[in-house]
Write a protein that binds this ligand. Sequence first.
Ligand code: ASP
Length: 333
Amino acid sequence: MKKNIPLVPLILASQLLSGQVVAEDVSIAIHGGAGTLKREHMSPQQEAVYRQKLEEAVTLGHTLLKQGKSAVEAVTETIKILEDSPLFNAGRGAVYTYNGEHELDASIMDGKDRAAGAVAGVKHVKNPITLARLIMEKSDHVFLSGDGAEQFAWLHDIERASTGYFDNEQRYKQLLDVKEKLAFQQISPVHTDYKFGTVGAVARDSQGNLAAATSTGGMTAKRYGRIGDSPVIGAGNFADNQSCAVSATGHGEFFIRYNVAADICARVRYQNIDAKTAADTVINQVLKEAGGEGGVIVVDSKGAVSMPFNTSGMYRASIDTKGKLTVGIFAGE
Ligand code: ASP
């Protein structure tokens, strides 16, 4: 009698023998910002638009990972989808500075060798995440800012944003609103009653490498060249294969002071605890007690995903190692 030899183990065995790595245990998580997000403030249509965009982005990243692409490639391409959407405070949808301009920040980190690239305060770059990656891969530096960063970008043919690309009526109204509140001292200059809207992605690829990427327009009405946590390696973004990859969103000043992303990974590495426990502790205890609002997305060395936040909502989505898709906006869902 002819024996039915299962095909899959045969394929896996031949791939292993040929040195090819099998695309398994890949996972990805993304965020589109945390903040005051309540169901009653959103129409079902608005909600559906956000969910659809989050699903599109996370699915693209996951497909790349399944094709055997690197975690760095997956997070870059995923972030570009979110940067190109006016829904989020990054790239196209970046918030206005106090002077009615846009100053964008972004960072990326490769967990394999802790290579990192970051950019702050650029005004004419369409996709700041591609510039952050270029800095990581093609410069001797980690962090470039302002005019110098743009000089480096043009030298390498990074795409410019066309005139008016960042114009956005709704964001402009937000600026006027914040300025009015500032004038009447109803909020502090680092106000917190807003949807933050930064975007981020973390992934584990089929080789077991981790990566994290974060991109933002910062905070509405920011002044004096203010830079938040998003481009600060260790604060808003961090990746190390030995522990985890983290991208943050929230009130940047707190994330910088508490070195949030690196602290979560350090707890995993040195306290021998899982990434979910470490992230929960930092977000819901350390940061909360300090008065810092926001959240993080985390993927650990095995691909386990966690997405804790201490605000009423965080735009988020993930596809875990089993291929299960999760999309959420509000707390408790
Ligand atoms: N963390 C960002 C910043 O402070 C804001 C955000 O998450 O939306 O610049």
